[in-house]
Design a protein around this ligand. Structure first.
Ligand SMILES: C[S@@+](CC[C@H](N)C(=O)[O-])C[C@H]1O[C@@H](n2cnc3c(N)ncnc32)[C@H](O)[C@@H]1O
Length: 257
């Protein structure tokens, strides 16, 4: 159920995703520093981004000579990622795959696996998160690193920003404003929705489109526990955006771990 909804939501947003991030209406993710520090320390040969979206990060890494692979649950996002690679004249293997399918669908294993952009928050339950992390971790070579980002949902709930207005920005010659509306139910186990109302100011009239993303809150400690329970070691965290969330790292035990 959550997988179908996730696919549908990202399929709908795909055609507009890069425009919104390039215009600064959605955050361009991840922050460069975190990737640079992981690359400098780990020097990975092969990298899998298992929530690759439109492939912006992988395209950049490929252009730097790294060996990359991309997967995403959304066929429209994968389509866009392939087009983005073709437009830059590079080849990146991309597959439409949900996390649980990865170990069977992709034969290779990787030194660095990325799961970024609040993707894990789409899992609807503790069990779904655990199973997803289990499958994702199977994609690692011994000694390989999993890098996830997680939101601090306790902080998010406490601050409970009901809505925000972003823009105006210009996208394809049109003035665009985005209204972000968060619906945060009292009950912890009920999903949080973030709705993006994109308003285009045309010559004669306003046009609007609504995009929804659905998230299931968790405690950051639960994700750390899940990473450890699937056998990852040296799990540690680095906060981002003044503690709005954390990057979590975990290592698959290997010869020199
Ligand atoms: C905000 S996008 C992030 C894209 C990119 N990683 C970034 O940081 O810009 C989240 C991505 O996670 C993908 N995703 C969510 N749940 C997934 C799942 N169960 N399996 C594979 N991909 C998933 C979505 O389709 C979407 O493209």
């Amino acid at each position: 159920m959550w997988r179908r909804r996730t696919r549908r939501e990202w399929d709908r947003l795909a055609h507009y995703f890069d425009h919104l991030t390039q215009a600064g209406l959605l955050p361009a993710w991840p922050p460069k520093e975190i990737i640079e520090s992981v690359l400098a320390e780990l020097k990975p040969n092969r990298i899998l981004d298992c929530a690759c979206g439109s492939g912006v990060l992988l395209t950049e890494l490929k252009e730097r000579g790294l060996d990359v692979f991309g997967a995403d649950i959304s066929p429209q996002m994968i389509d866009l990622a392939k087009k983005n690679a073709a437009a830059r004249n590079i080849h990146i293997p991309y597959v439409t795959a949900e996390w649980q399918e990865l170990p069977e669908r992709i034969a290779e294993r990787f030194d660095l696996v990325l799961c970024l952009g609040n993707a894990l928050s789409h899992c609807e339950s503790k069990r779904a998160r655990q199973e997803s992390i289990f499958s994702i971790a199977q994609m690692l070579n011994p000694g390989g690193v999993l890098l996830l980002d997680v939101r601090d949902w306790v902080k998010f709930r406490a601050e409970r920003e009901r809505y925000a207005v972003r823009g105006p920005r210009y996208i394809m010659g049109k003035r665009v404003i985005m209204v972000v509306v968060n619906t945060v139910p009292e009950e912890w186990e009920r999903p949080v929705t973030t709705e993006y109302i994109v308003i285009e100011d045309g010559d004669e009239q306003l046009e609007s489109e609504l995009y929804t993303t659905t998230y299931f809150p968790y405690n950051v400690g639960d994700i750390v526990d899940a990473m450890q329970s699937v056998g990852l070691v040296n799990v540690n965290s680095v906060p981002f955006d003044s503690g709005a969330g954390f990057f979590l790292f975990g290592v698959k035990p290997g010869s020199d771990t």
